[in-house]
Write a protein of this length. Structure first.
Length: 235
């Protein structure tokens, strides 16, 4: 990677270049298949970039599960290339780090300190695109965003923070599985939410469907649809 760019794995559209909806993971996955190809000297062909919900590209467990979670909150996504609209174009996917690991619990574990130390590329992307909504997938990133070492820079990019992130939990009748939390916060006009990582032990789609963001975050996403005369939500 160039030290002047931060990798985004969705295609550029006017709707996501400024004020779009950022889906942000921790870093780029590195599967067993990837490792085998690398050891054999095979260079994998680069996929063409497309919109976030395109089911023909970026067919990873991470993206598919995040898309399923967003859909479970009532948002409807076109998944076929050529039929998408401005709503689908508003989303873009990136990671805080440009590195690769096998999993979030690998021996090279990632800490909040590492995210803060390696935040420059991510913060430059924030400054360039100024997303209206940030969806962190993994709990460490919202902690890093609020770290005192980079907070002044974050505020200079997005605006003053609303205070500490608020914690939301889902209450499901007769649910006996592991419970997780959603965190929500605001910097200037940017709404920020933090979700559990899809690889978190015990996470279930049923629980995340009930772990719906606060209504002001939902409205911020709906604004993207209404501005373009689209209706892709069934709340």
């Amino acid at each position: 990677m160039s030290n002047l760019t931060h990798q985004v794995i969705t295609k550029e559209y006017p709707e996501n270049l400024f004020g779009g909806i950022m889906i942000c993971g921790i870093n780029f996955g590195y599967s067993v298949e990837d490792e085998a190809l690398e050891k054999s000297g095979v260079i994998a062909a680069q996929e063409p970039l497309s919109f976030f919900s395109d089911n023909a590209v970026n067919n990873t467990r991470f993206k598919n599960r995040v898309l399923a979670w967003l859909s479970s909150w009532g948002f409807e996504f076109v998944t076929e290339n050529g039929k998408e609209g401005a709503f689908e174009h508003a989303f873009f996917q990136t990671n805080w780090l440009d590195t690769q690991t096998r999993s979030i619990t690998s021996s090279g574990s990632i800490t909040t300190g590492i995210l803060v130390q390696e935040s420059d590329g991510f913060l430059r992307l924030l400054e360039t695109r100024k997303p209206s909504v940030i969806v962190f997938v993994g709990s460490l990133m919202i902690e890093a965003l609020n770290d005192i070492k980079i907070r002044e820079r974050v505020v200079s990019i997005l605006g003053e923070r609303s205070g500490n992130a608020k914690i939301y939990r889902a209450e499901l009748p007769n649910y006996t599985g592991t419970k997780f939390k959603l965190l929500a916060q605001k910097f200037g006009e940017t709404q920020v939410i933090s979700l559990p990582h899809p690889q978190a032990r015990g996470i279930s789609d049923e629980y995340v469907a009930a772990l719906k963001p606060p209504i002001h975050v939902i409205h911020k996403i709906i604004e993207k649809q209404m501005k373009n005369g689209e209706s892709h939500v069934s709340l």
